[in-house]
Design a protein around this ligand. Structure first.
Ligand code: SF4
Length: 165
């Protein structure tokens, strides 16, 4: 897996202060994509063990507490990224189980393959669907166009959503 960008302290992509990883590789080719440079699987940098360790270090850094990890791109659920993303999320589940995981994908929940669905076992919130320019709305929270859905998958994510009301 390659990644395009890593933001160790991020307050934009998901709630609270987070670590955010933009992976490389996306096959959706949405018109109006704000991140075209991530489309190629070979763009960016190799996601090394060192990078993985860095993320784990940042996630568990008590000096700047992070609420969780955000995965975007590119598409973290691109078939070529599944192995790398799974490895990273297994580490998060083992060493930082209190951190929530938000994941943005151009695939819809309904069209995920069994291999892609297996990743959701480690994901609290999935924001799914392609970006459709004609349905873009700058007032939307966490999503760019109104066809996209925010799925609160885990129990703690559903609880968090309840508390926002
Ligand atoms: S899914 Fe996201 S990264 Fe991929 S083309 Fe669409 S907007 Fe761009």
């Amino acid at each position: 897996m390659n990644y395009h960008k890593y933001i160790p302290v991020d307050v934009v992509n998901g709630p609270g202060t987070r670590c955010t990883l933009f992976v490389s590789g996306c096959e959706h080719q949405c018109r109006g994509c704000y991140n075209k440079s991530t489309w190629s699987l070979t763009s960016g940098h190799p996601f090394t063990d060192l990078m993985c360790e860095q993320i784990m270090h940042d996630l568990t850094d008590t000096r700047v507490p992070r609420r969780g990890l955000s995965l975007s791109g590119g598409d973290p659920l691109h078939p070529a990224n599944l192995a790398g993303v799974k490895l990273l999320l297994q580490k998060v589940a083992k060493h930082a189980p209190d951190k929530d995981v938000w994941l943005w994908s151009g695939y819809t929940l309904a069209e995920l393959s069994p291999e892609q669905q297996a990743i959701l076992a480690y994901v609290d919130v999935l924001i799914d669907g392609k970006f459709i320019q004609s349905r873009a709305d700058p007032n939307l929270v966490w999503r760019g166009s109104d066809n996209q859905c925010v799925h609160f998958l885990s129990e703690r994510a559903q609880q968090w959503q309840e508390n926002q009301r």
